[in-house]
Ligand binder design. Structure first.
Ligand code: ZN
Length: 141
């Protein structure tokens, strides 16, 4: 188990541009603002989405690509350090035109229609990701 005491440093609130990649933009904001430890929330809509599911048997991510527009009901994520850079790990819940929800691990290829975000930047010892043998994932060490 890993537990860290953290303190709020700053809260960033803003919007992400139409047509950009959601995950890439969240990581760009973290790099630009020097956020190494934090919590992310967002809502809005996407033009299309790519969401992942980690298969615990095969130890590989599978991806579902949604080619049509969806609402972002919620996005919740964290910021930590991987390979000496801020990495955003976020999960997203989307809804289609009939209100049916689906979701998973936010992957590259999710294109913003409109998105409003909050990033809570924390002060404290940074969490670094490294290879975890039990899961084959890059987890906090
Ligand atoms: Zn995930």
């Amino acid at each position: 188990m890993i537990i860290r005491d953290v303190e709020y440093d700053k809260i960033f609130m803003g919007s992400i541009n139409y047509g950009t990649d959601l995950l890439e933009e969240l990581e760009n904001i973290c790099v630009e603002k020097g956020i190494q430890l934090g919590h992310i929330e967002a809502l809005g809509a996407v033009q299309k989405a790519c969401i992942g599911y980690y298969d615990q048997k095969s130890r590989e991510y599978g991806y579902n690509t949604l080619e049509n527009p969806h609402e972002i009901l919620t996005l919740s994520g964290n910021v930590s350090i991987k390979d000496e850079k801020p990495m955003v790990h976020a999960h997203i819940v989307l809804a289609d035109g009939k209100g049916r929800a689906c979701g998973g691990h936010l992957a590259a290829g999710t294109v913003v229609f409109a998105c409003e975000f909050l990033i809570y930047s924390f002060k404290g010892k940074v969490l670094k990701r490294g290879f975890d043998e039990k899961t084959d994932l890059s987890l906090w060490k």
